[in-house]
Design a protein around this ligand. Sequence first.
Ligand SMILES: NC(=O)c1ccc[n+]([C@@H]2O[C@H](COP(=O)([O-])OP(=O)(O)OC[C@H]3O[C@@H](n4cnc5c(N)ncnc54)[C@H](OP(=O)(O)O)[C@@H]3O)[C@@H](O)[C@H]2O)c1
Length: 190
Amino acid sequence: MQEGIKSQNEHVLYEEELVTKKSNTMLEKKTITLIAAAAENDALGKDNDLIWHISEDLKRFKRLTTGHAIIMGRKTFESMPKALPNRTNIVLTKNAAYKAEGAVVASSIEEALALAEDDTQPFVIGGAQIYSLFMNHCDRIELTRVHHEFDADVFFPKIDNSKWNISSEEFVSKTENQPYDYTYITYDKK
Ligand SMILES: NC(=O)c1ccc[n+]([C@@H]2O[C@H](COP(=O)([O-])OP(=O)(O)OC[C@H]3O[C@@H](n4cnc5c(N)ncnc54)[C@H](OP(=O)(O)O)[C@@H]3O)[C@@H](O)[C@H]2O)c1
């Protein structure tokens, strides 16, 4: 009798666990977010470096990406002084022998996403080649559009308006210390 009640209770607990697991999976839909700052002419960078410095935008980048996986190209990784702290740095390269201190290395989109498997919101942080690679594989774009044109050697890919909705926009005016107007634009895939 006791054994029967025990196994019934175990059955109920098991079912509850299944329901919890199912609802967690439903709640935690994966959102792959591409995050970038691009000028009016889509300029992203020059000589493997950033062109402008907008500290509020960099703070926002840090706030949004901290605690998440960040996927980047080998050139972007090498343009930074070191791996970004408190984030899983994933570096894409075709060089199987590549070693990146403080980061894990992937050789394809699939491998990069598998390394970010536990994160429900991995971020693709550039550069131009990697944005193009992920454009059709991401769900959201967090774009900082800097309202100025710059000389550049890498450019953000065109956003196809038939595939994306703008879900929020926030304009920020230039200041004494920061010479460019810019707009934070969030695009969600239709
Ligand atoms: N404004 C922004 O928001 C922003 C953000 C990030 C970066 N940037 C700028 O962007 C520039 C760097 O961009 P980039 O386009 O030259 O380089 P990148 O996208 O950072 O890296 C390119 C590298 O990624 C690897 N790669 C590309 N496609 C791959 C694939 N299908 N599979 C595996 N690996 C692949 C290759 O590495 P291997 O050659 O090792 O095989 C390639 O050389 C810099 O100027 C940087 O400052 C700007």
